[in-house]
Design a protein around this ligand. Structure first.
Ligand code: SF4
Length: 115
C-alpha cells in the first residue's frame, strides 16, 4: 500500500503518507499521534460521523439537525442516510433527543431543539 491522505482530525490538515501492508503500516507526515491513528484507521476500517436533518411533521417547513452519536463504518453511510431521510419526528424536540436507535451501532440524536 502507498496512499496519501489529508488528516481531517484538526484544521492543520497534515498530508499523510501510508506505506506497508495491513498490520504493519507506516505513517509519515503527521504532526501528532492523532494523525497516525487516523491514517491507520482510514486504511483499515474507515468510519464517519453522519450529520443530516429529519423532518418535523407537525411544524410546517421545519427540519431538525441530527448526527450519529458515534462514527459508523463508512460503507454504511448511505444506509444510515436512508434511515434518517425516512424518519419523521414530532415537536417539541430537545437537543440530545434520540431520534433513531442502534443504526449500525450508533444512535441518531437531535443536535438542536425545536419548540
Ligand atoms: S496529524 Fe495532528 S496536527 Fe496534523 S492535522 Fe492531524 S491531528 Fe492535526
Amino acid at each position: 500500500m502507498n496512499r496519501t491522505l489529508t488528516c481531517i482530525i484538526c484544521p492543520r490538515g497534515c498530508t499523510l503518507t501510508v506505506t506497508g501492508e495491513k498490520g504493519a503500516l507506516t505513517v509519515t507526515g503527521n504532526s501528532c499521534p492523532k494523525g497516525e491513528q487516523y491514517a491507520v484507521d482510514e486504511c483499515t476500517h474507515p468510519v464517519r460521523t453522519v450529520t443530516s436533518v429529519v423532518r418535523v411533521y407537525n411544524r410546517e417547513d421545519t427540519m431538525v439537525s441530527v448526527k450519529t452519536s458515534s462514527p459508523i463504518p463508512k460503507e454504511h453511510i448511505f444506509d444510515v442516510m436512508n434511515a434518517i431521510h425516512a424518519a419523521r419526528v414530532r415537536a417539541p424536540i430537545a437537543a440530545g433527543t434520540v431520534i433513531l436507535t442502534d443504526v449500525y451501532g450508533a444512535d441518531v440524536v437531535a443536535t438542536k431543539s425545536v419548540d
